[in-house]
Ligand binder design. Sequence first.
Ligand code: PMP
Length: 413
Amino acid sequence: MRPDAPSYDVATVRAQFPALAQTVHGKRLAYLDSAATALKPQAVLNALATAYGRDMANVHRAVHELARRATEGYEAARARVARFLGVADASSVVFTRGTTEALNLVARGWATPRLREGDEILLGELEHHSNLVPWQMVAEATGARLVWVPVPVDGVVRAEDYLERLGARTKLVALTHVSNVLGTVLPVAEIARGARAVGAITVVDGAQAVPHVPVDMTALGCDFYAFGAHKLYGPTGIGVLWGRRERLDEIVPQQGGGEMISIVEREASRFKEVPHRLEAGTPHIAGALGLHAALDWYAGLDQAALHAHEARRLAEATVGVEALGGRVIGAAPGKVAALSFVMEGIHPHDLGTILDHEGVAIRGGHHCAEPLMDALDLEGTARASFGAYNDHEDVAALLRGLERARALFAPSP
Ligand code: PMP
């Protein structure tokens, strides 16, 4: 197995994550669950401490100094997100609680008022429940039909799988940028181009993509893009809905209240422009500042070296798991950062428990993707996922733990 490459200083990266300093069950922590949520670097913890401990005030309201700082910080975070997404217009960035809330906002606020009986929503079997259940709810409310794109057993998703199902009735295509189970990177740009050609909009779930692949809204050509901060080394409870400005303007606000109105009269109110009309109430101010810090921290890593480092971890884990008799689920070329596998005769939850005793954190189950599990005829998988801080020793600990599990579950002679 190859050691860590000298071009990427993983030890320096690890030193910035206080959570990695602990032992778990007396063992060195091997955190291989970043696809569920990433650990947080000190820079993000510092930003949260400053937001709560020094610049604490509500935004967009008072004129006092702390309120000015809080408001400027909050809006600077919005501008930072816009830069991350490669867009010039910061008002096209709406803060939400996370990916799930962002997708639900599009479903409730954009799709439900627009779709009619006979319209079609195209979505893949591989989608996370967050980009699936909201569309079921739209279908239920409007009479629109869900059209499913099957997922091949090798986990390779081709643009044609989507393009051949597009038609005059298609109003919306919902797809993930990166699969949380298979690691497959979907050909979003090609699919979005096809969708546009038939007058459909494209909604992209970027939850798993943002920590691993470049995300540029112009290059992707989608209409909406949703992600949360917490898989990108940022805080929980804060996320983003980016939308083309004309699409965002079409969203019917789902929450009324403070912050989102310009004039309130007894019978009716007038709303502010986006993004504020979609951010009713006191937002997660500290979360936005934490996201800003996470984006700065992340941008400070050499992106090519980081991607190569994560690919190396994935490759060595893949080889190791297969050598131990594990079946790897998902073989898309260029897949990123998530290794799903099954070990014959060992339930993924048992694997998770055995590995936990070795200090190795992985995830076992259906990964909020039950239709995918159905399609692949699996009850669940074990999933090891990789982030900027995972080193060679983490993978070695995983493989040692799997060997132990295999020995424990070996049929007695
Ligand atoms: N989509 C995908 C592909 C995910 O992996 C997740 C997180 N498990 C989500 C959506 C939900 O994201 P959030 O926690 O930001 O709501």
